[in-house]
Ligand binder design. Structure first.
Ligand SMILES: Nc1ncnc2c1ncn2[C@@H]1O[C@H](COP(=O)(O)OP(=O)(O)OP(=O)(O)O)[C@@H](O)[C@H]1O
Length: 515
């Protein structure tokens, strides 16, 4: 029998079991049920199928709205990979994506931004809002047309922090295997849970909620970007949300933790905090544990190239005790982690730091229309049981302990040389963060003529001590020098109110370096 789309089958089952159950709660309070979502995605699929016989990727443009999710399902049902593009993206990046795809079909859930109007021919635009407001019955494309197996389910473009954005092609099978794993997570596996829906859909962290919620009959509770910029508005919304699963970057949790009312009285139902995308600091996990004593806190790790995440670990008292950075988890079934020498690719000795290589059934197909970059990062490998699998070189530094627990040791590109000393920026950040005075810190290299001239630390204070900025910076440097060798103490320490975030909600190091 032909392989069907595991994700769509699970959503279909949820539709069949509880068509009236809420699937999506938008920020304006409107709700879309499973039955409505399925019907709307049928109509979108029918429209797309009438437009083209091709299986070309379709850009789904918009922000947090049920129309976006219906657009994703509509693409899959009509045989198209979807390319989620958030309206919050800088316009230049948006235009670059559209040009890389070459005048793609564009399913718009919002009015087109001015700059895009000239780039996409009118005949290539599908107005999702018009489909949603036309109540006529439609015949959805035959299920034989559904995206399945090795075909691309979605194409996510990296933020391009290291060059031009690359489109990562994740297959239907990759997503199905990821989904099978997520459904074994505590809380999510029980089904019917309410998920916070915060990261933009153009960031694959959002797949935790799209796949996690919709394949288990759960509900997405969307929060808008504007809300996240006004904690009072955000908390007013969250108070009545009933959110049970919280998946975000640690930076987004840090942002909320700034306010002391962010605790279990605000969110009495939260039972699982799920982190991915950047280092989870001990201080963040400890604060959450104190304020949400009944919730589990899980750290997960993975790049978009291996479908959201491939490791999982719960952070409890044992993990919080001690000084070393928190683990990022043990490999999911179906994934093997290897630590290799980044230069030669040879396996490292047990316990040593090297490049993390991910092998397994969620490793993506490669980069869209980019065979060179694909060949440079992806290769075919063999799993321990002898079966073939795809492998991806992450560019992340890490090590495994004797029990197979993975620790991230930063990215190879965050290893810098200052005056001949090799310094791991995240190591400096970890030590700064451990100072009682410091709430959050990011360390960036300041380059002069291709070399790193010195390090700059941007620090958010916990409570401001007496003294000028200069005196406080000097105090921080002195305290840090008690923990690390002198060459690791940043020459410049800048006090900031908060750390800037990228549109994906990660600390924006590029902006800090340029500031
Ligand atoms: N739990 C974690 N702890 C530490 N780092 C993590 C964790 N999870 C993910 N990461 C980092 O995030 C990277 C994956 O992020 P993502 O796929 O969003 O792309 P990116 O490398 O941030 O690229 P871009 O910024 O260009 O989009 C990983 O390779 C790793 O460096």
């Amino acid at each position: 029998m032909a392989e069907e789309n595991g994700f769509l089958l699970s959503v279909e089952k949820a539709v069949r079991l509880r068509p009236q159950a809420p699937a999506y709660r938008a920020a304006d309070g409107t709700t879309m049920t499973y039955g409505e979502l399925w019907k709307l995605s049928d109509a979108i699929a029918a429209t797309l199928a009438a437009r083209t016989d091709d299986r070309e990727p379709v850009v789904v443009l918009g922000h947090k709205a049920p129309l976006m999710v219906a657009g994703f399902l509509g693409c899959l049902k009509s045989g198209h990979a979807f390319v989620p593009v958030d309206t919050e993206m800088p316009v230049a990046r948006l235009m670059d994506i559209v040009s890389q795809l070459g005048a793609p079909l564009l399913a718009a859930t919002v009015p087109l931004p001015e700059a895009l109007r000239g780039c996409v021919p009118v005949g290539r635009i599908v107005d999702v809002r018009a489909i949603a407001s036309a109540p006529c019955p439609v015949r959805a494309p035959d299920r034989g047309r559904w995206v399945a197996g090795e075909q691309t389910q979605y194409l996510i473009f990296t933020s391009g922090s290291t060059g031009r954005p690359k489109g990562i092609e994740v297959s239907a099978r990759n997503v199905a295997r990821f989904m099978d794993w997520v459904r074994t997570f505590p809380v999510i596996g029980e089904g019917g849970r309410v998920f916070l829906d915060q990261p933009p859909y153009s960031f694959d962290l959002s797949e935790y909620e799209v796949v996690g919620a919709l394949s288990t009959g759960g509900c997405l509770h969307a929060v808008e970007r504007e809300e996240t910029e006004d904690l009072r508005a955000l908390f007013a919304d969250l108070r009545a949300s009933g959110v049970e699963v919280w998946a975000s970057t640690p930076s987004f949790a840090d942002l909320c933790l700034v306010d002391r009312s962010f605790d279990e009285r605000l969110l009495p139902d939260v039972r699982l905090f799920l982190f991915c995308g950047e280092a989870l600091r001990r201080s963040t996990a400890a604060a959450l544990r104190e304020r949400f004593p009944r919730a589990r806190i899980a750290n997960t790790y993975g790049p978009t190239e291996s479908t959201v995440a491939v490791t999982y670990v719960e952070i409890g008292d044992a993990e919080l005790a001690g000084e070393r950075p928190l683990p990022v988890g043990a490999a999911r079934p179906g994934t093997e982690l290897r630590i290799v020498d980044p230069e030669t690719g040879a396996p490292c000795e047990a316990g040593r730091t090297g490049e993390i290589v991910i092998v397994g059934d969620t490793v993506a197909k490669g980069y869209f229309r980019n065979p060179e970059k694909t060949a440079a990062a992806f290769f075919d490998a063999t799993l321990a049981d002898g079966s073939p699998a795809r492998a991806y070189r992450t560019g992340d530094a890490g090590h495994l302990d004797e029990s197979g627990m993975l620790y991230c040791d930063g990215r190879f590109d965050s290893l810098v040389k200052v005056n001949g000393f090799r310094i791991e920026l995240e190591d400096v950040e970890e030590n700064l963060g451990a100072l009682p005075l410091v709430k959050q810190a990011a360390v960036v290299p300041v380059r002069r003529r291709e070399r790193v001239a010195y390090l700059k630390a941007c620090v958010v204070l916990r409570d401001r001590p007496a003294g000028t900025d200069f005196e406080i910076a000097r105090l921080i440097k002195a305290r840090l020098a008690e923990r690390v060798p002198g060459y690791m103490v940043p020459r410049a320490v800048t006090l900031v109110g908060e750390l800037p975030l990228t549109c994906n909600g990660k600390v924006d190091r590029k902006a800090l370096a340029e500031a």
